[in-house]
Design a protein around this ligand. Structure first.
Ligand code: RET
Length: 246
């Protein structure tokens, strides 16, 4: 891929992300009013998440344009600040829509806010290290591994911690929950892979530029699926719950 094509590909995905975040904000705000009060909060949080992301993608896009035109360094911090704010909200959405007992709900949310903070903060330290090395003992992989420990703790809570509650839900809701979990694992799993790509590009027969492009495109696609896409599933669950007593 030529440098110009690579630049354009990332540019187009970032532009798509702005559209997806803006449009889904309008959607979530429009549909929340037709839900019963107890089911609204999860959809409200989806709207908050995509609004935060809309803002950050405008900044990310500007930073990419500045990088392309003046060579100024691309500011990766926008992504990490975005995740710092949105990951705890996404966890809270899932927990809220389940309607667990209040004590479990509050424990799960609090604990996972801490895990999410540590996952992203340690990941950021690794992200800021030099990418030239393909060595598995490089700071990038070591910080990535530390971050992954918190990632696993979050997944363990979201999968194991709520299992009993899911079994109590109606068949429709159980079905959509299974989909939500697959979507969660498949999209959240893209982040650590994208993170690692610049470090392993050489081993995969890719150029360093390919590694960087794939990382940006990977993070961007994952963000579109993990925020608007996931929000749509949460909304679907909330509408199903609207018609049932649980
Ligand atoms: C990092 C660093 C490398 C190791 C791991 C990571 C995980 C990131 C994740 C981010 C999820 C973000 C979401 C944003 C949506 O709004 C930080 C890349 C495990 C899981 C869901």
């Amino acid at each position: 891929m030529s440098a110009a094509d690579a630049y354009q590909l990332v540019y187009n995905f970032m532009s798509l992300a702005i559209a997806a975040m803006g449009a889904s904000f309008f959607f979530f705000v429009s549909v929340r009013g037709s839900l019963k009060e107890g089911n609204r909060m999860a959809v409200t949080l989806s709207a908050v998440v995509v609004l935060i992301a809309f803002y950050h993608y405008v900044r990310i896009f500007d930073s990419w344009v500045a990088f392309g035109t003046t060579g100024a360094p691309f500011n990766e911090a926008y992504r990490y600040v975005d995740w710092l704010l949105t990951v705890p909200l996404l966890v809270a959405e899932l927990v809220l829509v389940l309607k667990l007992d209040k004590k479990l709900e509050s424990t799960l949310i609090k604990r996972n806010v801490v895990y999410a903070f540590l996952m992203i903060a340690t990941g950021y330290v690794g992200e800021m290290t030099n990418i030239t090395s393909v060595d598995l003992a490089s700071p990038r992989t070591i910080w990535g591994a530390i971050s992954s420990v918190f990632f696993v703790l979050i997944l363990r809570d979201l999968f194991g911690g709520i299992d009993a509650s899911i079994k109590k839900q109606s068949k429709d809701i159980q079905g959509i929950f299974k989909i939500l979990r697959v979507v969660l694992i498949a999209t959240w799993g893209v982040y650590p892979i994208a993170y690692l790509l610049p470090a392993i590009a050489g081993n995969l027969g890719l150029t360093a530029q390919d590694g960087l492009v794939l990382k940006q495109v990977g993070y961007t696609i994952a963000d579109i699926l993990a925020k608007p896409g996931y929000g749509l599933l949460i909304w679907k669950i909330a509408t199903l719950k609207n018609g049932s007593s649980k």
